[in-house]
Design a protein. Structure first.
Ligand code: PLP
Length: 388
């Protein structure tokens, strides 16, 4: 008998009447591309994170890519990042013509290890992309000091880190640019979608212009009664902007972010207490400087205390009707990165070691107390069955 009858997915968005109303409002307004809702969402999001500027885009991937392009990263350059991330963080580097160079991680937070950054810096290194894995902030003070010493552009991948704070500062206000994701599984959703925040006016203007073909005027400034038909192409840009249908969702989601985060925190506390009792598991921690966004709840198996490996543990959870995921398969282990850059097993031992042990459990505001307790019961049952 499994713990529950129905399958519990590892992630689901929380879509309520207010979200539906905002989207319908956009649909009825006659303006469904980038317009007033997108501009309002940009304004509110910038205020929320404490940045001067924000540009709403159709993905975090676009936010990362445009930031690199705007910073002048290209052919011959090297960009440091972590292997413990989603492919987008490194793919965008390749799209600019530059080379992604990985730095191993801290075994506890799974974030880029600041102590290992310096040894990877060469005369070609131009930027660094720290990723706030699971919603726990990177050690930003140390990263910023190294970056300023070597004149590196700091682009934070904050796909997991809406709501995250580092030493009381909200993520989005620290690095030279910060990229957020509003993809369906993230803490704040617009279906697909992303945002870049920055305090740099020049960078902001470049990203904004490049997000709509490199045009001097966006559609709102051309087609409304205040607009003018004339525009000029300032650079061969991209088409990466957000639409007002998405931004409607963004506005309603942002308005209830605190409430959604409160539920995430409650479930995380409950998991921490219950899983903390099991020596077979290592639970995620929140360091002194952190406010965790609990985008993901990643347990690490203490494999020496279990008779099954991570794969079998996931299979057992599936039999209990509990959905899971793994964040992440280290990038250097994927065929493209292995074959193109000659990476091999053993190159990033900490990331590889952690990878064998991690499971992301369901944690999201749409979960009921019963759902959360089913996850706890299922994990306990499996641990009891397979403890050494
Ligand atoms: C989800 C994710 C992205 C990509 O976000 P999109 O909005 O889907 O482009 C980038 N980096 C990390 C770490 C992610 O988890």
């Amino acid at each position: 008998m499994s713990t529950r009858q129905e399958f519990l997915p590892y992630a689901l968005p929380l879509i309520e009447e207010d979200d539906i109303a905002e989207v319908v409002d956009a649909l009825k307004s006659g303006w469904i591309a980038k317009g007033p809702k997108t501009m309002e969402f940009e304004k509110q999001f910038a205020e929320y994170v404490g940045a001067k500027y924000a540009v709403a885009l159709n993905s975090c991937t676009a936010a990362l890519h445009l930031s690199l392009v705007a910073a002048g990263i290209g052919e011959g350059d090297e960009v440091l990042t972590t292997p413990m991330t989603f492919a987008a963080s490194a793919n965008v580097v390749i799209h600019t013509g530059a080379k992604p160079v990985f730095v191993d991680i801290d075994p506890v937070t799974m974030n880029i290890d600041p102590k290992k950054i310096r040894e990877k810096i060469t005369s070609r290194t131009k930027a660094i992309i720290p990723v706030h894995v699971a919603g726990h902030p990177c050690e930003m003070d140390e990263i910023m000091v190294i970056a300023r010493e070597h004149n590196l552009f700091v682009l934070e991948d904050a796909a997991h880190a809406v709501y995250t704070q580092y030493k009381g500062k909200t993520i989005g206000s620290i690095g030279d640019a910060t990229a957020f994701s509003f993809y369906a599984t993230k803490n704040l959703v617009t279906g697909e979608g992303g945002m870049v925040t920055t305090n740099d006016e020049v960078l902001y203007n470049k990203i904004r212009v490049m997000s709509t073909h490199g045009m001097s005027r966006n559609a709102w400034n051309r087609y409304t009664e205040v607009g003018s038909w004339y525009y000029e192409i300032l650079s061969p840009g991209y088409k990466d902007n957000m639409s007002d249908i998405m931004a409607g969702l963004g506005l309603s989601q942002l308005a209830k972010l605190e409430r959604m985060q409160g539920i995430r925190q409650e479930i995380a506390n409950y998991y921490n207490v219950e899983f903390g009792k099991l020596p077979e598991l290592e639970v995620p921690i929140e360091l002194d400087y952190a406010r965790h966004a609990w985008h993901l709840y990643i347990i690490k198996l203490n494999l020496d205390k279990l008779s099954i490996d991570r794969g079998k543990f996931i299979d057992a959870l599936k039999e209990e009707n509990i959905g899971t995921s793994v964040h992440f398969i280290p990038l250097h282990m994927h065929p493209y990165y292995r074959d193109t850059y000659g990476y091999k097993p053993g190159d990033f031992p900490v990331a590889e070691g952690v990878f064998e042990r991690i499971i992301s459990l369901p944690l999201y505001p749409k979960m009921s107390k019963q759902d959360a307790s089913d996850v706890v019961d299922a994990v306990k049952r499996i641990v009891e069955r397979f403890r050494k």
